[in-house]
Design a protein around this ligand. Structure first.
Ligand code: CAO
Length: 415
């Protein structure tokens, strides 16, 4: 079966996580992704957090599926010539170097356009234009500057970063959408364009509800669904809300049977208004259905701690999966806290390709996260990440570079 991005060639000048997330997604949709890496070294993540000596790390292999790898020293004049040829022959160039690195290499946007006016140049940077535009940025810097850290954690603790890589993988997703949108516009304009996704912006985009709450706080001085209400004073900024739901239906994480030994024996429980009578019946507090202190969502807000403590008395008598089964019968929104071990073993996630097992010549079989976006006419087949420079000769030959020239590039240690 054909793939959605068949015929699209990507010059993948990305490294670490944010850029590679984007180009991996495009590769899964069928684009020919040529990863350009420094000769001898490659993407730094090949060697980071290794679990097997001298073998590409899972960090690298899980972010670079379905790509081809070539090595090229783009700081040497002969390497720059090859890069120019790649720019001529590719539809998209993706990079996430520190600000200014591409210019220093001699490939400004103006120069790239001169070489190929149809090319799309897509970049991830830590910050957009402004005071921090020249800064190098990693995941947690973006989480801190994008509003996630100040609003995550409990009210009596410090800011907390989340394990979800919203700055890196989140920005990579944004960039991929920008690229396909630019490719779509090129159909009518015939021109490429510059696509830019800043990590701070991507995190803030995912923290939109907290900017909503900041404005509600400014106007009313309180956030009645937050755990601080009604006992504590609110300050000027949105406080950390623990496990409170970010929406209009109050929720909290509650202990389940076995919580004393199992750190993940918990369930997320949402007291959605329409199912309030069902919740009351399940926990044996039927009088709360009509009691004016509990009968409406508004009346319940000052009593959320009492309510969740009472529901927890019930959840502690069930395992998280037993509780799920019972609650789902009544359409009560809830979710078990699944450990990574449980997720890795989940048959249904494997059946849909969300988790895949991939073979690798050096490391053997390992698990990876597959494409979260499923296209009915463009199914994803996840293939292993390339070894460093595995496709250098194949790609250069395909580009029309003569064998003699390839030999010269090898002798000059450019590839
Ligand atoms: N041949 C020769 N040189 C190459 C090359 C190649 N094939 N590929 C890259 N280089 C050079 C670059 O030109 C640059 O050289 P100069 O600094 O002399 O101009 C250098 O290698 C590496 O650039 P870098 O500054 O991007 O790398 P770093 O490891 O110091 O920084 C990072 C990493 C991620 C902090 C930085 O790239 C960055 O801020 N990127 C933008 C934000 C981003 O994507 N962050 C997410 C990272 S994922 O957590």
């Amino acid at each position: 079966m054909s793939k959605a991005l068949d015929g699209i060639r990507i010059l993948d000048f990305t490294h670490v996580q944010s850029g590679p997330t984007c180009t991996q997604l495009l590769a899964w949709f069928g684009a020919d992704v040529i990863k350009v890496e420094k000769a001898g070294e490659g993407d730094a993540t090949r060697g980071q957090l290794r679990d097997i000596p001298n073998v590409d790390s899972l960090y690298f292999t899980m972010l670079n599926h379905n790509k081809r790898s070539i090595t090229l020293d783009t700081k040497k004049p002969m390497g720059k010539e090859v890069l120019e040829e790649l720019i001529k022959q590719c539809d998209v160039m993706v990079e996430n170097f520190a600000p200014g690195a591409l210019d220093r290499m001699g490939f400004s946007w103006e120069r790239i356009q001169e070489i190929n006016p149809r090319i799309i140049l897509a970049s991830v940077k830590g910050f957009g234009p402004g005071p921090y535009e020249d800064c190098k940025v990693y995941e947690n810097v973006a989480q801190c500057s994008g509003g996630a850290a100040s609003t995550t954690g409990f009210e009596d603790g410090p800011p907390v970063v989340t394990g979800a890589q919203i700055g890196d993988s989140g920005t990579g997703l944004n960039l991929a959408l920008g690229i396909v949108t630019a490719l779509f516009q090129r159909e009518t304009t015939g021109r490429g364009q510059k696509v830019m996704a800043a990590m701070q912006d991507a995190v803030l985009n995912l923290c939109r509800v907290k900017l909503r709450d900041q404005q509600r706080l400014d106007r009313t001085g309180e956030l009645r669904e937050y755990p601080q209400y009604p006992e504590m004073e609110f300050g000027e900024a949105v406080p950390r809300a623990g496990n409170a739901s970010g929406g209009g239906q109050p929720g909290w994480i509650l202990k389940c049977k076995g919580w004393q030994k199992d750190p993940n024996a918990y369930i997320y429980f949402i007291t959605q208004a329409p199912v309030w009578p069902a919740i009351c019946k399940i926990i044996g507090e039927e009088h709360w259905i009509t009691d004016p202190q509990y009968a409406t969502a508004e009346a319940r807000l000052p009593h959320l701690k009492t309510i969740f403590a009472r529901i927890e008395e019930w959840t502690k008598t069930k395992t998280k999966l037993e509780a799920m089964d019972i609650l789902n019968e009544f359409d009560i929104p809830c979710g078990p806290i699944l450990s990574m071990k449980e997720i890795a073993e989940d048959e249904s996630l494997r059946a849909t390709g969300t988790i895949v097992e991939v073979d690798h010549p050096q490391r053997g079989r390992s698990l990876s996260v597959g494409n979260p976006i499923k296209l009915s006419d463009s199914p994803t087949e996840v293939t292993r990440s390339p070894l460093l420079g595995e496709h250098t000769l194949e790609v250069l030959t395909q580009m029309g570079i003569s064998q003699e020239r390839i030999k010269q590039l090898q002798e000059a240690r450019v590839i």
